[in-house]
Ligand binder design. Structure first.
Ligand code: GAR
Length: 216
């Protein structure tokens, strides 16, 4: 049975800023006793709020500035080196605002998970809440997915949705979506820790024993 597996999965979390998704994951691992260990939190920005929070929690932290490298690939290779010594099972992107190079994605093939603030495949890229309001969609949301070389693409693990209200602004949407993001991401971490998540022959995600991967 997947949930009886005794070896905790090792998670490495990449952030760039506030780190509220990272905090939700750390708290879920600790308070719900998930079979997972956070091996480190790494930020490409030394002043990321989330990095200080993780440090205060006794989690290993590292900041590695992309500005110190001459190219995206050089930075990603340096990141790979730091991550490899920690031997994580999964790399969780939690507000990591860097496009990853094909080298990085191939190195950790199938082991990188991202949260994106839209119902993919709608609205990849930046300013997703503005994009949603501009188009007039009536439902907006977030997607947790495996990372492939194509930006904000890749097999969908779970999604969370909220209705768009007449008076919504991008800021209001972002604020209302955030708790849903935390819920969806922590559920996915639970499934990963219980080793329920796999890809079917069509490249779609299956989560053993879970019928509904849509949250509202
Ligand atoms: C979250 O809304 C996340 O979905 C988004 O950045 C925010 C980070 O917040 N990620 C992206 O836009 C990635 N393309 P957090 O630092 O408080 O978790």
């Amino acid at each position: 049975m997947p949930h009886q597996c005794p070896t905790p999965i090792r998670l490495l979390i990449l952030i760039s800023g506030r780190g509220s998704n990272m905090q939700a994951i750390v708290q879920a691992v600790r308070s719900e006793g998930l079979s997972a260990e956070i091996c480190a939190v790494i930020s490409n920005r030394a002043d990321a709020q989330g990095l200080a929070w993780a440090h205060d929690q006794g989690i290993a932290t590292l900041s590695l500035s992309h500005r110190d490298y001459e190219s995206r690939e050089a930075f990603d290779r340096a990141l790979i080196e730091r991550i490899d010594v920690l031997a994580p099972d999964y790399i969780l992107l939690a507000g990591f605002m860097r496009v990853l190079s094909p080298v990085f994605v191939a190195h950790f093939d199938g082991r990188i998970v991202n949260i994106h603030p839209s119902l993919l495949p709608a609205f990849p890229g930046l300013h997703t809440h503005e994009q949603a309001l501009a188009v007039g969609v009536q439902w907006h949301g977030c997607t947790v997915h495996f990372v492939t070389p194509v930006l904000d693409h890749g097999p969908i693990i779970a999604q969370g949705a909220i209705p768009v209200l007449a008076q919504d602004t991008p800021g209001a949407l972002a604020k209302r979506l955030l708790p849903i993001e935390h819920h969806v991401y922590t559920e996915v971490v639970r499934w990963l820790s219980e080793r329920r998540v796999s890809l079917d022959t069509q490249g779609r995600v299956q989560v053993q024993g879970v019928d509904r991967r849509a949250f509202t």
